[in-house]
Design a protein around this ligand. Sequence first.
Ligand code: 3HC
Ligand code: NAI
Length: 698
Amino acid sequence: MTPSVSYSVSQRIGTILIESPPVNALSHSVRSGILERLRMASNDDTEIVILRCEGRTFIAGADISEFGKPPQEPSLATVLDALESFPKPILAAIHGTALGGGLELALCCDYRLAIETAKVGLPEVNLGLLPGAGGTQRLPRLTGLKTAIDMITSGHPLNANDAQVAGIVDEVSGDNVAQAAMDFAGELLRGGAGKRLTRDIPLQFNDNDTALLASARDTIAKRLKGQTAPQRILDCLNAAGTVPFEEGLKFERQAFEACMADPQSSALRYQFFAERAAAKVQDMSPDTEAASVQRIGIIGAGTMGGGIAMCFAQAGFEVTLVDQDQAGLDRGMGIIRKNYDISEQRGRLSSDQVSSFLSNLKATTDWQMLKGADLIIEAVFENLELKQHVFKQLDDICDPHTILASNTSYQSIDALAAVTDRPERVVGMHFFSPAHIMRLLEVVRGNASDDATLQTAMSVGKRIGKICVLSGMCYGFIGNRMLRHYGREAALCVMEGASPAQVDQAMERWGMAMGPLAVGDLAGLDIGYKAREQLSNEEKGPRVNYLLADRLVEAGRLGQKSGSGYYRYDGATRAREEDPIVSDIIEATRAELGIKVREISDEEIIDRLSLALANEGARILEEGIAQRASDIDVVYCRGYGFPRFRGGPMYAAKVRGLQSVVNRIEQFQQTLSPDNWALAPLLAKLAREGGDFSDIEN
Ligand code: 3HC
Ligand code: NAI
């Protein structure tokens, strides 16, 4: 549909209506349309003008797809000037989400109304940007500095009621935005409301404000380490209360342009579109419909089953949680309750919300209660025979329409489908721990999974707030298959001379949320140990890859759960500390394997770990396991703590230059293990031909 901006008049109230699906972004035609309609409205007998949107939302921001292209007049700044200099009062009527440039435009209107379900926010920081249309200068004039810092540096939106308390909207009412806007406009008219510009509100910072900014700078440097936009946001907020308004606007514009030119923003904008592309299954007919899903069964109330149950209960599904015995259920429900208690104590959830979530959850050992479920997710121990037994049982009990999904990390979805009479309705739904927090969901396509089943898994994933990525069948799917190579290099760096702390700190400084060995401690070193026990020596690979981990487990160091692993952990704070006992174990292991220690630079650590990911990612792409390179990047950023401001392992390789990547891998081939560093053929080909990962779509 072509975007349109229309204008109508009723009862001396003009309405400018923007209709530009899907999210009414401020594209060139929308900007031109608003200007044109303002001109019409200035010449008629209306006394007030409403600005609102058709469709699912108010303006969701500047049009991100125009970024990086030559600017086209009228610019957003021109439109905002026109709104402010318009002679009659303007009322912005908000439904859905007023985000970024959308909220900035509303801040240039004289009055703001929001319906109860609406949200307002300045999420530019998520794109490595800052509000570039006056948001950093106008918002603190309405809300004060503290709220402005919180909103703009976090990017989190406020709901309508909170926005009213914060001073952003004047009125919150009902759910019919058109009617609410007419009513409020009428009220304003009757009260003789006039122009009222946010820019005219005085703002002068005092010592408390300066201290607030300084403390925000420190907190953000720790929380958003390595990111440039948040610090620039604080610079702009500082300007808001220390220089005249016009000068502040100019300062903000320059900072916005600096962000726009920063590679971090390119990477984050790439991630924005990558996450949305991931939801699309390439070869699926566009009219494939997701099945209706309301009743969910979950088998296994352990770490994952409990977290998955929370996700569904919070999204309003009816959840039946099953475990093998009452003790398993009690343990699982106990952890769920404890998680909710903590959220309630920290003010993240109200007690009403917690009660409503818990009322959506039924725990039972009676499998017959699963009858009537639309989707069942199995999360029992990682053992094929056990999972096959569970799938057989489910196939017998459940209605024919029920989709059976497995949260397995490694087992074959085909082997599970094979024991059922509904292989087309069997699929992998691989959540990440903690399942109620991590955003990634790998939807794993079995050989027989049909389109409707995949579409249902993707759409249910979206309903519970996950970012879904489709993976084909292979050992470990996309993420864990790559992780083996990343983890191997981390272990080898330690065996060859680095300390666990050096490896972790190098990767954390580079931007990883947590270093690989600390992650091992968090997940539990016994998990890999038990998995290895079931493998042949050949499947396990060279001992140097895992001997240290084995030695730690044999010494009772299972990771955080036992208080020690690669590190020892403070009982109260869980802070990690280097442990001389580990240094001894490392030295003994090196000696056992006859390894001569050398100095390893941080640069080598970063290259080995990040290029091991990119090399395996290229194989995964070439084999058609991932649909696109950007899907692999989404998996790593949303499931494994890879820094989004580096775009993901494939994007980072592209930015480095594929030829440079190939050269470095070839160097590793010569100096390290040639088997570990066999170059992915696709990587070699693209580097040779000057191609790019984005040329490949499976
Ligand atoms: N520009 C261009 N396209 C956008 C867009 C935007 N600002 N926001 C969303 N879209 C597109 C998406 O790419 C997607 O396209 P597709 O269907 O082709 O994949 C489509 O709109 C629907 O988006 P979602 O799948 O995300 O829809 P949801 O309903 O899940 O979410 C939303 C809607 C909450 C509005 C979400 O899209 C969102 O958060 N959008 C981004 C908002 C944002 O970051 N705004 C700030 C932009 S920067 C800015 O304004 C700079 C200014 O300060 C000068
Ligand atoms: P867990 O050991 O915490 O929980 C497993 C639960 O299954 C236990 O409560 C157990 O009582 C129950 N169970 C065992 N047999 C059962 C049966 N026959 N019927 C009903 N319930 C039964 O295991 P966890 O960590 O939750 O893992 C579950 C699955 O999720 C595994 O396949 C694992 O590979 C996968 N996974 C685990 C992740 C993690 O980080 N822990 C991450 C992603 C996937």
